[in-house]
Design a binder for this molecule. Structure first.
Ligand code: IPM
Ligand code: MG
Length: 370
């Protein structure tokens, strides 16, 4: 029997807890059918933590997240918390968690499922077989740079400042993760910047190019401006394998990439820190979708992005590739079988609720493990 693996669940807000309840069923299935055991803890995070402790991320929760082998998060934020002071908003808790755990590499895959081609707003022939991975720098750049703020100018009127800043080492470490991931895939890396107008873009390109020459010359490297990349993503997304970019561009381009696949409700993500001497790295896994307040409490949310985030966790943090594959294959089969939550519904398919989707998934897992 494998040693216990410490898992911290942060369900978060609105649909977060609903989808996490379903993931817990998959976790229990794994424990009852496979030789794995998890030591699971759970803490409020985001708005739920504001309600309980007056802060979106308590020190205790942060300490538990750092001590866990992996963290699985639902989604945070929503209308109930929009009027809180900015530093008490759920989003601030999320940014602080990323920063304090130093989760600088954010992996956002965009993969189309054949069964869901119809759900994409793009033509099926453009997105069929799409499998790209965006590696977004997550702990620096304009979301963290100083100075920042809104000030009143001497002559009246206000002025807002955000600062985009990157050090060489911040660029290098995220590029390194991206090069390594490219090697495990189709060996192609695209680095995205605005080298034509931004100093950070000039440094970004220099550092990535130097690292390529020094350690990764076997990987095919190209550079592209961020605006062109946005256009290419909707024109011909299959030209891409791994894309590495900064925090802001990665935020925007990954939303765009996710929509190519037809549903945010299907996409997992991972945020990773640097490996320590033993190879262990801090990690948070979460669905790409938000807390979806409009459908919260209605048993309508698609639980598959959260379930697939758990399978990503099994693969990257726990080295359980077989278990991860079981979940991924079962997901493919049930989609081929025609079950759909509302977000991916199309004519002739069977519309199911959040928990029924996972009922069907667990049955499929039973079959594959029989
Ligand atoms: C994301 C989100 C966050 C971000 C928000 C909620 C702070 O959009 O994870 O992409 O901008 O990073
Ligand atoms: Mg975003």
């Amino acid at each position: 029997m494998a040693a216990n693996k410490k898992l911290l669940i942060l369900p978060g807000d609105y649909v977060g807890p609903e989808v996490m309840d379903q993931v817990k069923r998959v976790i229990r299935w794994m424990e009852s059918r496979r030789a794995v055991r998890f030591e699971v803890d759970e803490r409020p995070f985001g708005g739920a933590s504001c309600d309980a402790y007056g802060t979106p991320l308590s020190d205790e929760t942060l300490a538990m997240a750092k001590a866990a082998d992996a963290v699985l998060m639902g989604a945070v934020g929503g209308p109930k918390y929009n009027d809180l002071p900015r530093d008490l908003r759920p989003e601030a808790g999320l940014l602080r968690l990323r920063k304090e755990m130093d989760l600088f590499a954010n992996l956002r895959p965009a993969v189309t499922f054949d069964a869901l081609l119809e759900a994409s707003t793009l033509k099926p022939e453009v997105v069929k077989g799409l499998d790209l991975l965006i590696v977004r720098e997550l702990t620096s750049g304009i979301y963290f740079g100083q100075p920042r703020g809104i000030e009143t100018m001497p002559g009246g009127g206000r002025r807002a400042v955000d600062t985009q800043a990157y050090t060489e080492s911040e660029i290098r470490r995220v590029a390194e993760v991206a090069f390594e991931l490219a090697r495990t895939r189709r060996n192609k890396l695209l680095s995205v910047d605005k080298e034509n107008v931004m100093a950070t873009g000039v440094l970004w390109r220099e550092v990535v190019t130097a690292l390529h020459r020094e350690k990764f010359s076997d990987v095919e490297l190209e550079h592209m401006y961020a605006d062109n990349c946005a256009m290419q993503l909707v024109r011909n997304p299959r030209q891409f394998d791994v894309i590495v970019t900064d925090n802001l561009f990665g935020d925007i381009l990954s939303d765009c990439a996710s929509m190519l696949t037809g549903s945010l409700g299907m996409l997992p993500s991972a945020s990773l820190g640097a490996p320590d001497a033993t190879g262990r790295r801090l990690a948070v896994y979460e669905p790409v979708h938000g807390s979806a307040p409009d459908i919260a409490g209605k048993n309508m949310a698609n639980p598959l992005a959260a379930v697939l985030s758990f399978s990503m966790l099994l693969r990257y943090s726990f080295g359980l590739a077989d278990e991860a594959s079981l979940i991924e294959k079962a997901t493919q089969s049930i989609l081929n079988g025609g079950v759909r939550t509302a977000d991916i519904m199309s004519a002739g398919m069977a519309k199911v609720s959040t928990n029924v989707m996972v009922d069907v998934l667990l049955k499929e897992l039973d079959k594959s493990a029989a």
